[in-house]
Design a binder for this molecule. Structure first.
Ligand SMILES: O=P(O)(O)O[C@H]1[C@H](OP(=O)(O)O)[C@@H](OP(=O)(O)O)[C@H](O)[C@@H](O)[C@H]1OP(=O)(O)O
Length: 439
């Protein structure tokens, strides 16, 4: 099956790899909202629950991952090593291999290291334009000109450049063509809080044993099978294909697709089960490094959590005292590791059973799927509505309504939300939780 499928789909422009939905954090946003493939500016109202029509929007905070990017230097090296292995050792008996050997060249360079690509700029321009359609009363020329729109970004080039692209999308969408002051503020304490949380850095980031489950899975039977199948396909000895090789091949397939829109021959090195195993490996990393695997992962986002509720409280105070809202829109651009801990702090996407190295098979239907949660340009939208009965709050992830755990109403009263998270609102102090001796 592999041999016959090899030449048929290889290097086809505008065709989607069959395994694209398994790319995890290296997946494109369109995979989550497939209607965007036909119309990138479309909004799908059927995915969103609004409060009654007597309510109107008064504030939006959008926390957004940067757009499509190049691989990091560390992974470019893995890709280079794997490419060399294929070119030097793989037996030229498959059409896709000959295509790799004769037509493909290793064009990724170390200096590309995680930088935003043109598609990533488009991701953010288009998201800004869709947000104008979602929130026409908030994203207005007046609000931009009066300084009621704020842009905050992490200092990383891919985030700064995403924010600039977002601003371009905003200006184009609102047809503002003269110079308006809308400078993004760089704030790593908020958008890269994980770097500044000593306990997280020591206990998870720099502690190999924290990711023990990830390592076990990479040495386990499912990954071993993926490696053997790949060695068979390349006709190389089993010993020459490692977990890094299969990861590199998977990166090559995903990056060629997300950056160049190409269904490359690299993708033919995986069948669907292989791709599911690769996806699980990524989800395990996200789970143990950024989510429920360790308590400090989500706690490291306390500062961003408090920043959010502080702002929402201010908006509510303004509304209740009939003062104009000073921040109508706040856009914060960061990373997968900005969003995942915050979503975890809110208890979202929490499976009953933890993700472990031994439960790949029983976790087939898990809700913790990084490709659904944090593809490039993933966005958490928190919306406040003024209603006759008081202020309500709606939450959307990737332009789909979410119901917060413990609620049945997708647009509950803001005061109820505060009650639900009262323990965090009263505690979850970064100074305390990030101290090494805190338990
Ligand atoms: O596996 P790479 O080197 O791409 O890991 C990146 C992170 O990417 P992710 O694991 O989320 O796919 C990257 O997050 P991003 O949201 O900015 O893309 C992170 O900032 C970067 O430090 C890399 O982490 P690592 O610790 O080197 O694995």
């Amino acid at each position: 099956a592999f041999m016959s499928s090899c030449s048929v789909h290889s290097s086809t422009k505008n065709s989607i790899p069959e395994i694209a939905r398994y790319f995890g954090t290296k997946g494109r946003y369109e995979e989550v909202n497939t209607y965007l493939i036909d119309d990138i500016l479309a909004i799908n109202n059927s995915l969103v629950t609004l409060p009654s029509s007597t309510c109107h929007e008064i504030h939006l905070t959008a926390i957004i991952r940067h757009g499509t990017r190049f691989p990091t230097a560390k992974n470019i090296q893995k890709m280079r090593d794997f490419y060399d292995l294929v070119v030097r050792n793989a037996t030229d008996n498959l059409n896709c291999l000959s295509e790799i050997k004769s037509k493909w060249h290793m064009w990724y360079k170390d200096e590309m290291d995680g930088r935003l690509v043109e598609k990533g700029r488009e991701d953010h321009r288009h998201l800004a334009q869709r947000l104008i359609r979602w929130f026409p009363s908030l994203l207005t020329e007046d609000n931009v000109r009066q300084g009621r729109v704020k842009l905050i970004t992490s200092s990383k080039h891919r985030c700064v450049n995403s924010t600039i692209a977002f601003r371009e999308g905003l200006m184009t969408g609102l047809r503002i063509d003269d110079k308006v002051e809308l400078e993004p503020a760089v704030n790593d304490a908020l958008m890269r809080y994980f770097d500044q949380c000593e306990r997280f850095v020591k206990e998870v980031e720099n502690n190999k044993s924290a990711l023990e489950e990830v390592k076990r899975f990479s040495e386990g039977p499912e990954m071993k099978r993926v490696m053997e199948k790949m060695a068979d396909r390349l006709k190389v000895p089993y010993t020459s294909v490692t977990d890094d090789s299969v990861a590199a091949a998977f990166y090559l397939c995903s990056y060629e697709f997300t950056i160049l829109k190409v269904n490359s021959p690299w993708c033919q090195l995986f069948d669907e089960v292989d791709a599911q195993v690769m996806e699980y490996a990524v989800d395990l990393k996200q789970y143990w490094k950024r989510s429920y695997g360790h308590d400090i992962n989500s706690k490291s986002s306390c500062i961003l959590f408090h920043d959010l509720f502080y702002r929402l409280d201010q908006v509510v105070t303004h509304i209740n005292s009939d003062v104009p809202v000073s921040e109508a829109i706040t856009v914060q651009v960061g990373h997968a590791e900005t969003l995942i801990p915050l979503l975890s702090l809110l208890d979202l996407f929490k499976d009953d059973v933890p993700l472990e190295s031994t439960n790949f098979a029983t976790q087939q239907n898990r809700i913790f799927r990084s490709g659904r949660i944090v593809p490039y340009t993933a966005n958490l939208l928190v919306v406040l509505y003024k209603c006759p009965e008081g202020i309500r709050m709606g939450v959307r992830l990737n332009e789909k309504s979410l119901t917060l755990p413990g609620f049945t109403d997708p647009v509950p009263m803001y005061e109820e939300v505060k009650k639900r998270y009262s323990a965090l609102l009263g505690g979850c102090d970064q100074e305390t939780v990030c101290k090494m001796n805190y338990s």
